[in-house]
Design a protein around this ligand. Sequence first.
Ligand SMILES: O=P(O)(O)OC[C@H]1O[C@](O)(CO)[C@@H](O)[C@@H]1O
Length: 528
Amino acid sequence: MDAATLWKRYRDWLYYHEELEVYVDISRMSVEPDLIDHLTPRFEKAFQDMAKLEQGAIANPDEDRMVGHYWLRDPDLAPTPEIRQEVIDTLAKIEAFVGQVHSGQLHPPGGDRFTDILSVGIGGSALGPQFVADALAPLDAPLAIHFIDNSDPAGIDRTLGQLGDRLSTTLVFIISKSGGTPETRNGMIEVQAAFAQAGLDFSKQAVAITGVDSKLDRQAQSEGWLSRLPMADWVGGRTSELSAVGLPAAALQGIDIRAMLAGAKAMDAATRVADLKTNPAALLALAWYAAGKGQGEKDMVILPYKDSLLLFSRYLQQLVMESLGKERDLDGNIVHQGIAVYGNKGSTDQHAYVQQLRDGVPNFFATFIEVLRDRPGDSIEIERGVTCGDYLSGFLQGTRQALFDNQRDSITITVPEVSPYYVGVLIALYERAVGLYASLVNVNAYHQPGVEAGKKAAATVLSLQQKAMAVLKESNKPMSLEELALAAGAPDQVETLYRILRHLHANGRGITLVGNLGRPSSLQVSAV
Ligand SMILES: O=P(O)(O)OC[C@H]1O[C@](O)(CO)[C@@H](O)[C@@H]1O
C-alpha cells in the first residue's frame, strides 16, 4: 500500500472521542469491506444484546444471572430501584469505611492507624486490584497493598515476610464472590495462623468482601470481623474491579475512585452508540474478528508503552479468555472459541519477544496502548531536542511500522495519561468490546464452566491423598504403589498417587519412599 493510500486509510478509520480525548486506530488491521457487510447484521444484534443486558435481561442463562457491571458506574441505569439503591449504598459504605480507616477511627488493636492492606483473593478478586494498584497507587500511599493470590506456601511466606511486624497494623481483605474458592480459603487460614502466632486478633483486622450470605460472609459475621462489604450477584469476577472488589483497596491507597467510575461511565456511554464506525468497542470487536476470522486464530498481544500499565495484559487475559474461551456456542454447537491474550510492555518487549512478532510465526495481532503525556512536569533532553519520552513514542511508532511492513496487524489505542479516569476508561472499553465480540461469535461471555473441571480434579487428588495416608497408617509393612492404589480404592490412579507421594516425601510429611524415585515401579512406601 502506498503512503497516500495508507494515510487515507488511517484518516478514514481513525476514531476520536473529543470529550474523552481517546483515539482508537484500526487502520493497520486487515478489515475487508466484505467483512463489514457480512458482520453488519451481527453487530446490530450485538448492540441489541448489550442494550438488553444493560436493561437487566438474564444475560448469563446458565447461572440465571443478570450482568450489571454497567450499573456500578451509573446507578440510574439499574433495572430496578432496589438495585440502584444497592449500588449507591455500597459505594457510600465503602467511602465511609475508607474515611474511618484514614482518620484512624477504625484502627488496629495495637496501633493508631492501619499501615498496610493484605488482599487475599484470586482471579477477578485479585487481578483488578493488582492492576489498579500498580497503575495508580501513589508512592506515598496512605496504605501500602500486598497480595496473596495463590495457594503457594512460599509465596504466602514471602508476602507475610514483607509485612513483618507491620502485620499488627495490617488490614486484611478476604475477597471472594462465591466465598468458597479454595485458594482464597487457604490464604485466609494461613493468614489467620500468622496472626495467632503473632498473638494478634485476626477478626479485629479482617474485612470480608463477598456475596451476601456466602460461607465467608457467615464466617465473618459469626466471628465479628471488622467489616463486611457486599458483592452483588450480578457482578462477575472479571468485571468486578469497579465494585466492592476493587474500590475499597483503591480508595485506601489514595486513588480517586469517583474518577475511575466517571471514566468508566463516560466510556460506557461512548460504547453504547449502536454504530460500528463510531463505537470504539465495536471497532475493537471488528478488528479482533477480522484478525482471527471470528475463531480466535490470532493471539492478542497487548503492548502498553507505559510502565504503569504493565499489568493490563494480565488483567485482560482473564477478561478476554475467561469470557470468550468457550467449548460451545449459545446454540450448543461445539465451537472452541476464544482469543489468547498475552503481553508485557513496550519498549521493553522490543528486547525480548518482538523479534518473533516481527519475523516469526504470524499468529497474532498487536495492540499498542499509547499514552500521550510522558510525565507530570517537564523532561530533560537526552539528546538535542529529544527526551526519553520522545524515544518511547518513537519506539512505538517504529515497532508498529516494522510489524506492518511484515504484514503483522496492529491496533493502537491512545489515551492522554494514566490516571484513575483513564484506567476506568480502558476497563470499560475492553469490557464492552468483549461483550460485543461474544455476541458476534454467539458465546456466553459470562460463565466459566471450563474452570470447574480442574477444580473437581484437584479435589479428587486431595481425597486420594487422604485415603492413601489412612491406608499407610493402618498398614504395618511397606507397599508398592500399585498395592497402595488398590488399597486406597483407586487402582487406576497409580500415576496420581506416585506424584502425591513424591510431593509428600519432598516435604517430610510422614512417609518413607525406598527405591529409585525415577523408577516408580521400584518404590516401596510406608508411613514414618
Ligand atoms: O471471587 P471468587 O468467587 O473467589 O472467584 C474467583 C475467580 O474464580 C473464578 O470463578 C474461576 O474459578 C473466576 O471467574 C473468579 O474471578
